[in-house]
Design a protein around this ligand. Structure first.
Ligand SMILES: Cc1cc2nc3c(=O)[nH]c(=O)nc-3n(C[C@H](O)[C@H](O)[C@H](O)COP(=O)(O)OP(=O)(O)OC[C@H]3O[C@@H](n4cnc5c(N)ncnc54)[C@H](O)[C@@H]3O)c2cc1C
Length: 384
C-alpha cells in the first residue's frame, strides 16, 4: 500500500473536513448513556446526515449501495471523523460493521436490496444473536433450533449478551437447522425481525450501569426461509465472514480515538504535575508507539481486505488481541493520571475504563484470538 496521498485524496480530505466543520455544530446533544431510544434516534440521525452528504457506506461495494471508495479514502474518513470528534456508529454498530458487510458479501441481490439501503440511510438497526448461555467461545455448540414448516423456520431457544437488542429492528441470528450433523455443519444464518411474535428481550445491566445488551428468548418465532443468508446448514462459513468483519475492521475507527485520548491524557498530566513522573511519561510514550503501530496494522488490514474481495482475513485476530489490551492499558493509565477524578461514576473516563474491561471478551476472548493466531497464522498444532 502506498502511504502517500494523491491530490485527489487530499481534496477528499479537505472536502470532508469542511463538511464536518459545518455539520457537527448543528448536531443535537448526545443523549445520556442509558437512554437507548434516544441514542438510537441520535445515532440514526447522524447516519442519515452521512447518507445525504454521500459518506454512508463509503467503502462498501457499489452494488451493495456503497460508494466503492479506495482503502485510503476509507482510512481518511476514519481519521477525519475522529479528529473532528464526530459521533461513532453507536447503535448502528452491527448493521454497519458486520451484519451489513456479511449480507453485502453473501446475500442474494434481493436480500441486499431489502436490507442494505435502510442500514445506510439510518432507518434500521441490527443486533447480533450469536452467543447462548452454553455457547460463547465454543459458538458452534449453539442449540437454538430452527425447524422447517413450509416456507418458514420455527425458531426456539435463547440468546445472551445481545447488544442493542432493545432498540433493534433485525437480528443476525445463528440457529441449528440439522441436529444430527457434526456441530459446525448444521448451522444456518438468518435475518430475524425483532418484532416477530415469540421474541422476548430482557435487558441485562453492565458493570458500568448500562443496559446495552440483553438476553433474548425465542418461542416458536416464524422466520421466512427467504431470510436465510447462505445455504441451509452452511451458516458456519457465513459466520466466519461475519466474525472476520467484527474482529478485522469493526474496531478500527476507535484506534484513532484512542490516540486522541492519549493526547488529552498527556495534556492533563502536564496540567496536574503528574508529567514529572518519568515512569508515567515512559508509559504514555510506549502507548503512543503502540497505538501508532495499531494504526499501521489497520492500514495494512484494510488494504489487504480490499485486495481479497472485501473480506478481512485472520489478521483481524492479531489486531483485536493487541487493540483490546492496549485499550485497557490506556484507561488504567488514565486512572493513574487523573487520580481521584477517575473514580467518579459520572465521569466519562470512569465509564470508558469500565467498558474497556469488556474488550478482551466481546467478539471472541483474547484466549480464543491467541488460539486462532497460533493455529491459523503460525501453523502450530491444534489445542485439545
Ligand atoms: C460487551 C459485550 C458485548 C457482547 N455483544 C454480543 C452480541 O451482541 N451478540 C452476541 O452474540 N454475543 C455478544 N457478546 C458475547 C461474547 O461474544 C462472548 O462473551 C464471548 O464469545 C465469550 O463467551 P462466554 O462469555 O460464553 O465465555 P466462555 O466461552 O464461557 O469463556 C470463559 C473463559 O474460558 C476461556 N476459554 C474458553 N474456551 C477456551 C479455549 N478453547 N482455549 C482457551 N481458553 C478458553 C475464555 O477465554 C474465557 O476466559 C458480547 C460480550 C460482551 C462482553
Amino acid at each position: 500500500m502506498d502511504l502517500t496521498y494523491t491530490e485527489e485524496e487530499q481534496e477528499f480530505r479537505a472536502r470532508l473536513r469542511a463538511w464536518l466543520a459545518t455539520t457537527l455544530p448543528e448536531l443535537p446533544p448526545r443523549p445520556s448513556p442509558d437512554d437507548w431510544p434516544g441514542r438510537r434516534a441520535h445515532d440514526l440521525g447522524w447516519q442519515r446526515r452521512l447518507y445525504e452528504a454521500g459518506y454512508a457506506g463509503l467503502h462498501w461495494p457499489l452494488d451493495a449501495g456503497g460508494r466503492g471508495a479506495t482503502p485510503t479514502q476509507h482510512l481518511i474518513f476514519l481519521e477525519e471523523t475522529e479528529r473532528a470528534g464526530a459521533p461513532y456508529v453507536g447503535a448502528n454498530f452491527v448493521g454497519l460493521l458486520h451484519a451489513g458487510p456479511t449480507i453485502a458479501a453473501e446475500g442474494t441481490a434481493g436480500q441486499r436490496a431489502r436490507w442494505l439501503p435502510p442500514v445506510l440511510r439510518g432507518e434500521e438497526v441490527w443486533c447480533q444473536g450469536f452467543s447462548e448461555p452454553d455457547a460463547g467461545s465454543d459458538l458452534a455448540s449453539l442449540r437454538t433450533r430452527a425447524e422447517r414448516d413450509g416456507d418458514a423456520y420455527v425458531v426456539t431457544g435463547s440468546k445472551i449478551w445481545t447488544s442493542h437488542a432493545e432498540v433493534a429492528d433485525w437480528c443476525e441470528l445463528l440457529v441449528r437447522t440439522d441436529a444430527r450433523a457434526p456441530k459446525h455443519r448444521g448451522i444456518s444464518w438468518l435475518a430475524m425481525p425483532m418484532d416477530a411474535p415469540g421474541v422476548t428481550v430482557r435487558p441485562l445491566r453492565t458493570l458500568a450501569g448500562s443496559t446495552e445488551f440483553a438476553q433474548m428468548f425465542l418461542d416458536e418465532v416464524r422466520v421466512p426461509v427467504s431470510h436465510r443468508v447462505g445455504a441451509e446448514n452452511d451458516g458456519w462459513r457465513v459466520t466466519m465472514v461475519t466474525l472476520s468483519f467484527e474482529r478485522g475492521t469493526a474496531f478500527v475507527g476507535e484506534v484513532v480515538a484512542c490516540r486522541r485520548t492519549l493526547g488529552e491524557l498527556a495534556r492533563a498530566a502536564r496540567a496536574n504535575g503528574r508529567w514529572d513522573d518519568p515512569v508515567l511519561r515512559r508509559r504514555l510514550g510506549r502507548l503512543w508507539g503502540e497505538f501508532g503501530a495499531l494504526w499501521r496494522l489497520t492500514q495494512w488490514n484494510v488494504s489487504e481486505s480490499q485486495r481479497s474481495g472485501g473480506i478481512p482475513g485472520t489478521g483481524g485476530s492479531v489486531f483485536k488481541l493487541a487493540y483490546s489490551h492496549a485499550r485497557q492499558e490506556l484507561y488504567d493509565t488514565a486512572a493513574e493520571v487523573l487520580g481521584a477524578r477517575s473514580l467518579g461514576l459520572d465521569e466519562e473516563w470512569t465509564l470508558d475504563r469500565l467498558s474497556s474491561l469488556s474488550y478482551t471478551i466481546a467478539a471472541g476472548t483474547s484466549q480464543i484470538q491467541r488460539n486462532i493466531v497460533a493455529e491459523r497464522i503460525l501453523g502450530l498444532p491444534k489445542g485439545r
